[in-house]
Design a protein around this ligand. Structure first.
Ligand code: UD1
Length: 354
């Protein structure tokens, strides 16, 4: 079975490619490398010992996207490509609407043209309205994103439903990620944010290896047991495996089904900091800072639907999340930076590593 992975060079994409290749799938990767490097994919090959095709394609570039579909007999698409910075989406919303929504529209048009109607879409828990009570968020929880990035994810979900209504051949699985963290156990691939990380795990990892002086904890006055925000952190390898279960499930029925991907357990910022300290044996300096705009007190998933219908559940705990994030950071203090391979031309390109 041949799977096209859009955004396959990114953090989640590289981990997904490893799982697909290790489970016998043939893959074709497309990416515009706007926030990723080829080096991550080179390491996917190193981990798996398997080759695959990579194309330097922007999803808005229909002509070259069609070229990829005509070169390969694609069976299913896993669509991860998209901008994902909440902060940037509030300062440049049009960039997000253009890229995320128009990119997905173009992809679906080309898929339909080539009679490829199996799609797994990467959505986010950010589509949910903020929770008022301390309870797990199920797929039935009301939607109500609070930033442009979240709006694009919600609109794409709606668009996919409309596409299915117009052509019931479509098999679509929407995966709403909670907080993906950690890295591959090899320490070869991991999260590689540009500049100072905005998210807790990459920030903590940089403090642990001395690249940043201290963690700023955004608020210790939330209505949680220790006053800091609670999130459902999920190991990126568990998350990647979830896609394989969704892919497998595509053949069971057409339609649009939505699944939360999380662990179902919430941990506070302090709990994660203490876990990092215990895994690394290092003291992590921190300062209490004001709450971050847009943050909620708690967010954790009801994962029963994914378990019942996909047969998937996360198995890795916060110890392996911290351990693997640390291993990646320790082995790659500058991320992929030093070994960055940049694509040279802006047209469709194939990196054939066979
Ligand atoms: C953020 C995004 C979300 C995205 C997710 C990816 C926002 C508002 N939401 O979620 O859309 O899907 O990342 O993982 O940006 N914290 C600190 N200090 C830091 C960083 C974070 O105390 O330096 C705290 C936050 O206040 C929060 C928790 O750590 O309580 C997790 O934050 P983060 O990793 O940024 O994830 P989310 O905000 O949940």
């Amino acid at each position: 079975m041949k799977v096209l992975v859009t955004g396959g060079a990114g953090y989640i994409g590289t981990h997904l490619c490893v799982e697909l290749l290790e489970n016998g799938y043939e893959i074709v990767v497309i990416d515009n490398f706007s926030t990723s490097t080829l080096e991550g994919l080179r390491r996917v090959r190193e981990i798996t010992g398997k080759s695959f095709h990579v194309y330097y394609v922007n999803l808005l570039d229909k002509k070259n996207l069609k070229k990829v579909f005509s070169l390969h007999q694609i069976d299913s698409v896993i669509h991860l490509a998209g901008y994902k910075s909440v902060r940037e989406s509030t300062s440049d919303p049009m960039k997000y609407y253009r890229n995320n929504i128009e990119g997905t529209m173009t992809l679906c048009e080309v898929m339909q043209e080539f009679n490829v109607t199996s799609l797994v879409f990467s959505s986010s828990a950010t589509v949910y309205a903020p929770v008022e009570k301390y309870e797990a968020i199920s797929e039935k929880h009301p939607l109500g994103p609070t930033n442009p990035y979240g709006h694009t994810k919600r609109l794409i979900e709606e668009m996919l439903r409309d596409i299915f209504d117009s052509n019931t051949d479509w098999c679509i699985r929407i995966l709403r990620y909670f907080n993906p963290v950690g890295a591959h156990k090899s320490g070869l691939i991991g999260e590689n944010p540009k500049g100072i990380p905005a998210n807790l795990f990459p920030y903590l990892s940089k403090v642990v290896v001395g690249k940043l002086p201290a963690l700023f904890i955004y608020g210790d006055d939330y209505p949680t047991p220790d006053g800091t925000g609670i999130r459902d952190y999920i190991h990126v390898t568990d998350l990647a495996k979830g896609h394989l279960y969704a892919l497998h499930n595509l053949s069971s029925s057409s339609g649009v089904n939505v699944y939360n991907l999380g662990t179902g357990k919430g941990y506070s910022v302090f709990e994660m900091l203490r876990e990092f300290e215990s895994v690394t044996g290092k003291i992590i300096p921190y300062l209490i800072a004001p709450r971050r705009k847009g943050d909620v007190a708690f967010s954790f998933a009801d994962v029963s639907k994914a378990k019942e219908e996909l047969g998937w559940e996360a198995t890795r705990g916060i110890d392996s999340m911290c351990h693997d994030a640390w291993k990646w950071q320790r082995n790659n203090p500058n991320g992929y930076e030093l070994t960055r391979i940049k694509p040279l031309k802006k047209e469709v390109m194939s990196y054939d590593w066979l």
